[in-house]
Design a protein around this ligand. Sequence first.
Ligand code: GDP
Length: 538
Amino acid sequence: MSSKEVLAEAGRRRTFAVISHPDAGKSTLTEALALHAKVIAEAGAVHGKAGRKSTVSDWMEMEKARGISVSSTALQFNYRSEESDDDVVNVINLVDTPGHSDFSEDTYRVLTAVDAAVMLIDAAKGLEPQTLKLFQVCRHRGIPVITVINKWDRPGRTPLELLDEIDERIGLTPTPLFWPVGIAGDFRGLLRRGEDGAPVEYVKFTRTAGGARIAPEDRLSPGEAEEREGETWTEAVEESELLSASGQDHDQEMFLAGQTSPVIFASAMLNFGVRQILDTLVALAPPPRARLDVNDTPRNVDDPFSAVVFKVQAGMDTAHRDRLAFMRVVSGVFERGMVVTHAQTGKPFATKYALTVFGRERSTVENAYPGDVVGLVNATALAPGHTLYVDRKVEFPPIPSFAPEHFSILRAESASKYKQFRKAVDQLDSEGVVQILRNDIRGDASPVMAAVGPMQFEVVAARMKAEYNVEPRMEPLGYALARRTDAASVDELNRQRGVEVFTRSDGVLLALVSDKWRLQYLRKELPELTLEPLVAAA
Ligand code: GDP
């Protein structure tokens, strides 16, 4: 394939994730987006929340019991924007993120694989803790953010209040592309904002039963809108013009620089505003671009094939018990069956079994282009952050691991199961399910698990049982903080109360500390010791 063709394939792709607090409507929006792209005939086939169709994305019993989504998957669909003049059919890659905050580390990894994020906010709740954390990760990585204010069909705050909150609390200037006609709870449609906030058109929505079908739209002129909606319309126009007076208009450069965020009001449940979200992604979100390698040399999208692994997942489905490594294509063309090099080991890796996976739906991938996500089956050597390439060697920077705050000793149930236990620990460690810490005092038989959220421990227990037939014993360890230290500080630290030093499997020395007061004490009394913060989970 010529470089021009690869650039064209990359150019029509948009790869993004939705960041939100649980319950803001991510699953509902995912369904609605898929519905708009007509991958599913009726909303409900993807996530199957209560009362709708069967569940697709849940993969573990635990997950079902809790009704949360632990796994990350990717949904790909074609979409033709009605707003664009050319005939391009876009390819949208929606990378799913786990909703529960205990799995935020997985979510951070997912964010290394996307080019843009949709920040989904509940109109009644505004910015919530998990949204804030994830937004900080986007900011840190320079990922442009499109804001969607959801549940506008329900009573909530005023639109101006919500915008102020975004501006004041996270310093992101909201620049609405559309303005709601009707207050929260009385969602009639969207005013498309033009120059100086003047209305360009009115998109009036009609409800469908249960929001299961695409909501019909009437596109009216401002004159017709005023006739139809009267004062409600005039109020929307006034507010829209007010925004322009305070400089809240879209500016593509500022958006790409992460300083402003286009805003859309929507109701994922009623399918209102969903087309507008897709059209905005197509029009404004950046296509895949060059990525810097460990030497800061860009790997251009039309360079030979390369990809980064951002997620490893196993036991997704009892019907196919396997291990999938998800990679995002960075450059070139991926062809199923091609032999790629695993940068970390220098070993060849055959890609005969390459899949796209969304929930339980799997299909074989023949080709993939920059921005696409491909699941590689039984790729045991691959771990998050690893690089695959052909022809010209490249290695991308590792994904930072986050500061753990929960610690637990892990032991095999009996000596006879030790071999299996050891295998399971190594596997789950390499997948990044938890961080594994060891030291000479405790020995190999009782490593320590370190996690960002305690639910990660339950995943370990469930997977050890299901995949290795071992029932590990776990015992919480009374530490609350981890700091990076060095060899020169180890002995002195180990002599202190409330501190213990471990080696993480990537070789980093971690001092676990019982609480922040102990840490303050150590800093003050023994300032010569190294105790550096790790990348915080925001
Ligand atoms: P997630 O946890 O972010 O995936 O949220 P869900 O998609 O599961 O939605 C949480 C709850 O909010 C569910 O009961 C949804 O039906 C409801 N919900 C989602 N979007 C909307 C919306 O636009 N309007 C209303 N009224 N409810 C919504």
